[in-house]
Write a protein that binds this ligand. Structure first.
Ligand code: SF4
Length: 410
C-alpha cells in the first residue's frame, strides 16, 4: 500500500475524481506543454457525463490559463482502462495537434496514465510504503507484536507523517468552521440552501443533540465541498464530511486530545488505504459504496479506536461500516455532488458511530471480515450498470430530474 499522503489529499471540491484529479492533470500538462497556442481536452465516460456539474471544465480551464482551452464532452464513450478518461491535446497556432496525453482520474485525486507515454513518472504509483496489504495480515502483526493499529502506520511511514496528519486534521476542522457560518445557496441548478449552521444552532436545544451535531459537522464539510471549498479526501471529496464529523463530535463530547485524534486518523487511513489498494474508492468505478461506504468504514474504525476498542473490534466496526453500504449506487442529481451526496455524509457519520458502539458490545469475533467485504464491494461495483456509476443516468439522477422534483429540501 502507498503512503497515507496518497489517500488524504488537501484540495478543492466538489469531486476528487472529477475536479481535483483533472486539475492536477491539467497542471502537469501545462508544465509539459508550455509552447502550446491552445489546448483541446476531451472528457470521456463519467467525466463527460457529469463533468459540468462537478466543475471539471472550470478546473481544467483555470489550471491551463491563460492559454485558451476547448472542452469536448464525450460521456457516451468510455475508454477501456477507467470510466474517467481525459485526452489532453496541445495545438499550434494553426490548430494542428503537436502532442497528446491520455490520462485517467481514478478516484481520490489519483491519476493513472497510458503506459505508452508517461508524464506522471512511475515513482508515486509504484511507491509502496506498507509491506502488508490486507487487514488480516495487519491484525496478525498487531496480535503478534502486541502493538495497536496506529503503531503500524508509525512504523511504516517516515516520522513526518504525524505533521502531515496534523495538517489534515487542521484542514478538516477549518472546513467545519467555514461550513458552519456560511449561509449561501450552493452553486448549480438545484439552488439548495446550506443547512449546516441552522442545524448546529438547533442541536443545542434538542434532545437528539448527537444527531444534530454529527449532522451539522458532516453538512458543513460536504457543503463546503459542494461549493468548491478546500477539503480533505477521506477517501474522496464527495465523502469528505463523514470522518471529520465523527472526529469532531467525539473530540468535543469526550475531551479527546489532538494526539489521540491523529492516531484515529491513522487507523482510519489504514482502512481507506486497504479499500483503495484492493478495490476502489471511485464512484465512477464501483458506485457510492466505494466512496460513502469506505468513508463510513474509515470513520467507524476511527471512532472505535477513540472509544477504546481492541484492534479486532476496530476491524469489526470498519467491516460493518462498509458491509451495510454494499450495493449503494452513485446517482448524483443534475450531475452535482449535492443530492444525494450531502445527506449521505450525514447518514454515514451517524452509522459510523453506531458501528463503533455496536462493535464494542462484542469481543471482535465475527463472520465476514473487512478484507472480504472490500473484495465484495469491488465485485458488486463492477456488476453495477454504468447508469449507477457516476454518470447521472440512473437512480435519483434520472427519476428526480424526470418528474421535475429536484427539491430544495434534500
Ligand atoms: S452519489 Fe456518492 S459516489 Fe456519487 S458523487 Fe455523490 S458522494 Fe460521490
Amino acid at each position: 500500500m502507498q503512503s497515507l499522503r496518497e489517500l488524504y489529499r488537501i484540495g478543492m471540491g466538489p469531486s476528487s475524481s472529477h475536479t481535483m484529479g483533472p486539475r492536477y492533470a491539467a497542471l502537469i500538462w501545462k508544465k509539459f506543454k508550455q509552447n502550446a497556442a491552445s489546448h483541446r481536452v476531451t472528457l470521456y465516460g463519467s467525466l463527460g457525463a457529469t463533468g459540468r456539474g462537478h466543475l471539471t471544465d472550470k478546473a481544467i480551464i483555470e489550471a491551463l490559463a491563460p492559454v485558451p482551452v476547448k472542452i469536448i464532452w464525450k460521456g457516451d464513450v468510455v475508454l477501456s482502462r477507467h470510466s474517467n478518461g481525459m485526452l489532453f491535446e496541445a495545438l499550434d497556432s494553426n490548430g494542428n495537434v503537436i502532442d497528446n496525453w491520455t490520462v485517467f482520474s481514478v478516484g481520490g485525486g489519483v491519476l493513472q496514465e497510458d503506459s505508452r507515454f508517461s508524464l506522471l513518472g512511475t515513482e508515486a504509483e509504484n511507491n509502496q510504503t506498507y509491506n502488508l496489504n490486507s487487514m488480516d495480515q495487519i491484525l496478525k502483526w498487531s496480535n503478534n507484536s502486541g502493538q495497536p493499529l496506529w503503531k503500524y502506520v508509525d512504523e511504516q511511514e517516515n516520522e513526518s507523517i504525524w505533521d502531515y496528519l496534523a495538517e489534515i486534521w487542521e484542514t478538516m476542522q477549518n472546513a467545519i468552521g467555514r461550513g458552519l457560518i456560511c449561509e449561501d445557496v450552493l452553486p448549480g441548478s438545484l439552488h439548495l440552501a446550506r443547512k449546516a449552521g441552522v442545524i448546529y444552532q438547533q442541536s443545542e436545544n434538542r434532545a437528539e443533540k448527537r444527531t444534530g451535531l454529527l449532522a451539522a459537522y458532516a453538512l458543513a464539510v460536504s457543503e463546503e465541498n459542494a461549493s468548491g471549498g478546500i477539503v480533505v479526501t477521506a477517501p474522496t471529496c464527495g465523502s469528505s464530511g463523514v470522518l471529520p464529523a465523527v472526529l469532531r463530535y467525539l473530540q468535543e463530547t469526550m475531551s479527546i486530545s489532538e494526539t489521540m485524534i491523529l492516531k484515529a486518523i491513522a487507523v482510519a487511513g489504514l482502512v481507506g488505504n486497504l479499500a483503495k489498494t484492493n478495490a476502489s474508492i471511485s464512484g465512477a468505478e464501483a458506485g457510492c459504496q466505494a466512496e460513502i461506504g469506505v468513508a463510513c468504514a474509515m470513520a467507524a474504525a476511527a471512532a472505535a479506536r477513540l472509544l477504546g476498542a481492541t484492534p479486532f473490534q476496530i476491524e469489526y466496526a470498519a467491516e460493518m461500516g462498509l458491509e451495510h453500504h454494499l450495493g449503494l449506487t452513485c446517482d448524483p442529481v443534475a450531475g452535482l455532488v449535492q443530492i444525494p451526496c450531502i445527506e449521505r455524509n450525514v447518514m454515514a457519520a451517524l452509522r459510523a458511530l453506531d458501528c463503533a458502539r455496536y462493535a464494542l458490545f462484542s469481543d471482535g469475533r465475527h463472520h465476514v471480515t473487512l478484507d472480504q467485504v472490500i473484495e465484495t464491494m469491488y465485485k458488486t461495483g463492477r456488476d453495477l450498470l454504468p447508469l449507477y456509476r457516476e454518470t447521472a443516468g440512473g437512480g435519483l439522477a434520472l427519476h428526480i430530474g424526470a418528474i421535475g422534483n429536484a427539491g430544495k429540501n434534500d
